[in-house]
Design a protein. Sequence first.
Length: 282
Amino acid sequence: MTLRFFCYSFMRVCGAGEVVEDIAAMIEASRAFERKSAMMLFAFVPTPLLAEVLSGVDRSFVKVSAQDIAVPHACEIAGELSLERLLQLDADMALAGSLDRRIALGETDERIARKMDALLRSGLKSVLGVGELSGGGCGDGVTSDLDGAAADLDGAASDLDGAAADRAIEQQIAAGFASVPESAYFRTGVVYQHAWSMGERACKTPRGYVEARLAAIRGALRKAVPDAPIDIPVFYGGCTGEDEAVSYLGEGLFDGIFVDDRQWSTRSFCSVIERVCGCERP
């Protein structure tokens, strides 16, 4: 049986009670499947709701993560969660390098690498977000406006600059994993997103382009962590539908999916868990 990762990020403004209910539904949909051998469930929760959510869900079935942390030993931005506070709350992990922060806030590879290093050396888990920082040939492109990149991608694959994307992704991975200790390889992963897959006008990406970038990510990981005893798992965070996600996971193209509530309902997320894991039930 193949291990698959299912990651859901709560982006819309809502109360902790609603998030707890949604996570409970995800747990119920996945309760029959073995953890660590068939599937792992991750919930990425906004900072103001984190403490209440952590105390309100069954932690034996889900890993609860912060969506970001403050850079250790640096000027903390208002509203950011410190590593010390994350440990006090007994959270499982935090995301480092989400693409929206790279684009909208201009977060640098160096800043993100410091977050990865601090999280993993503290014993927590972390996922490194990587991806294209602009829309390329996909409409208006992206600077600080995430919605500006979401033009129709049908037939636009030839306009996407794959070589430039690969260079950017390789640099992001090299920086993010530069100081990751070998003992932490089992506690990390990579989530791949596109600039044009976020925001209200998100659009899908041609499969061939996605497959080429995945190959580049795998190659960059082998180069960045050549002594890793396992293959670092890669999650797909691009805009996708249920059928496409099931296909990507069923074929083993990606090790997991990373979606949020702007594009997927809890019901859709649970449906994909059941379809993927149910097909692989021994």
